[in-house]
Design a protein around this ligand. Structure first.
Ligand SMILES: *Cc1c(COP(=O)(O)O)cnc(C)c1O
Length: 227
């Protein structure tokens, strides 16, 4: 017989441990509507998905006061499907993507909040930009034309490793770049959010200055991929 831990219990347990200023993104990717509703009924309103199609389907079926965060890698040709409702896009890692988000947001008469993904992991597989890439974008004339996006923070994913010192170094690096970029303020660029930390490393991330954690397994249990 399989035993299912209560989502409500796990969610409330995590929330009770988080300092008040930390925003919890409940990562519901691969999880069914019932699981999300359980978390919703326990008070959670911010959910993260990493596939646009899946987020669109869940958005259609669930209460409309949910704030949907796109935390995965975004393909430019799919931005249009989420532009009407997405509340924060975490993984912006190139200017062309930002321009497409701006274009689709304009069609919906919205300003879409975005995070720049900073590459902090050593693995090649993790997406993200360098500090220099970000500086080049925000100083460009083309960036100043984007009136339907606002860059409100940075996001990063640490190396997948047991080496805490390595992870800490990467989180501290992200925070240091945040502190540097934070001195700049434009109508479409004002950094507030430091999105780092997942089930395995969110406590460390918070120690290093995170104010938005993205937690999946610790709330919803292990994911079972069917494809
Ligand atoms: C899946 C995912 C998470 C959550 O991971 P857990 O280990 O389940 O907490 C956080 N961030 C991103 C970008 C993810 O893809």
């Amino acid at each position: 017989m399989s035993f299912k831990m209560s989502i409500t219990k796990q969610l409330l347990n995590i929330k009770s441990q988080l300092p008040e200023h930390i925003i919890l993104v409940a990562v519901s990717k691969t999880k069914p509507i019932e699981d999300i509703l359980e978390a919703y009924n326990a008070g959670q309103r911010v959910f993260g998905e990493n596939k646009i199609q899946e987020m669109v389907e869940k958005h259609e079926q669930l209460p409309k006061d949910i704030q949907w965060h796109m935390i995965g890698h975004v393909q430019r040709n799919k931005v249009k499907y989420m532009a009407g409702f997405v509340s924060l896009i975490h993984g912006v890692d190139n200017f062309k993507l930002l321009k497409e988000i701006n274009k689709q947001a304009e069609k919906h008469n919205r300003i879409i909040d975005c995070l720049f993904q900073l590459k902090i992991a050593e693995e090649d597989s993790k997406f993200g930009m360098t500090h220099e890439d970000i500086v080049a974008i925000i100083n460009s004339e083309a960036f100043s034309q984007l009136k339907h996006i606002k860059v409100v923070g940075l996001m990063g994913m640490a190396t997948f490793t047991d080496d805490e010192a390595q992870i800490k170094k990467e989180f501290e690096y992200l925070k240091s770049i945040f502190d540097i970029l934070n001195s700049k303020e434009l109508f479409n660029f004002k950094l507030d959010i430091v999105s780092m930390g997942m089930s395995g490393d969110y406590e460390l991330a918070i120690e290093c200055g995170s104010n938005m954690v993205r937690i999946g397994r610790n709330i919803f249990g292990a994911r079972h991929y069917t494809n």
